[in-house]
Design a binder for this molecule. Structure first.
Ligand code: OAD
Length: 249
């Protein structure tokens, strides 16, 4: 690993923290090979923008297309693994009294990497529910050829249990996230463009509290200048280096 040098004030903020809240976005999974939302889609799906697929209207209009887009994303995720960024974060939790990982990602990689206290603001692609009545589907009925498959209770088409544009975030997760942000003494924003609300509200709430805040992102975001430290780099390099700098071994 290439040594990255961090300001001593940053390293001691990390080392001395007790309650930490972390907001993550698509960027933390980029190095696992999962494309972020605002980068070009693959050739297969390049004609569609996520904003045109991840909505209830898109699903009503063309449920098969939306279902197949998620099937494609499910297979990307199934063939990928958490990367050193997810893993370093899970290890850092051992050094703090409390770590709350608030994620906009639906891939479940934080949990796979060993993080325990994870709040999924945008749902999880591995869960399926029906469109009309939100009945959860424990298993899919693969005996039928219907795409999307149908709910076994009410015959409504099935969809992933993720939050689409125009839908409410899960209230329990959102209020637990606000509580963690309100109680933290160190906050990280990792791999998120901070342009999608209400998740971005949490980032700005942390900044307003005046606690130490660290952004990790190879690109500048609308929030970059407001952080105590804005680190330009990939999460999969920055987080393992920061772990090593704070707790050398
Ligand atoms: P975006 O695609 O908007 O932003 C990803 C961010 O990750 C960008 O700022 C990149 O610069 C940064 N990035 C890229 N590679 C990185 C790396 N290796 N390490 C760290 N950062 C990296 O994704 P989100 O902010 O997650 O919502 O988008 C928020 C929401 O908008 C998503 O959850 C999704 C989306 O449309 C829904 O599906 C409701």
């Amino acid at each position: 690993m290439m040594a990255i040098s961090f300001p001593e004030s940053l390293v001691s903020a990390v080392r001395g923290a007790k309650k930490v809240a972390v907001m993550t976005g698509a960027g933390i999974s980029a190095e696992s090979g999962i494309p972020t939302f605002r980068e070009a889609q693959t050739v297969l799906w390049s004609r569609f923008r996520p904003e045109e697929l991840a909505t209830p209207e898109a699903f009503r209009r063309d449920p098969k297309r939306v279902w197949e887009w998620y099937q494609w994303r499910r297979s990307l995720i199934a063939n990928a693994r958490p990367n050193p960024g997810h893993l370093a974060l899970a290890t850092m939790a051992n050094h703090w009294q409390k770590l709350t990982v608030i994620t906009q990602n639906i891939d479940g990689f934080h949990q796979l990497a060993g993080s325990r206290n994870v709040l999924e603001l945008h749902g999880n692609i591995h869960r399926t529910k029906c469109f009309e009545n939100h009945h959860f589907a424990e298993k899919l009925d693969l005996t039928s050829d219907a795409i999307p498959p149908r709910c076994q209770q009410c015959q409504s088409p099935l969809r992933p249990d993720v939050v689409w544009f125009g839908e409410m975030l899960p209230q329990k997760e959102l209020s637990a996230a606000a509580e963690a942000v309100g109680a933290c003494d160190l906050f990280f924003s990792i791999g998120t463009s901070s342009v999608v609300y209400p998740a971005a509200d949490l980032v700005f709430a942390a900044i307003r509290r005046g606690v130490a805040t660290i952004e990790i992102n190879p690109a500048e975001t609308p929030a970059s200048s407001s952080f105590s430290f804005s680190l330009r780099g990939a999460a999969g390099e920055m987080l393992p280096s920061l772990l090593q700098a704070a707790w050398p071994q």
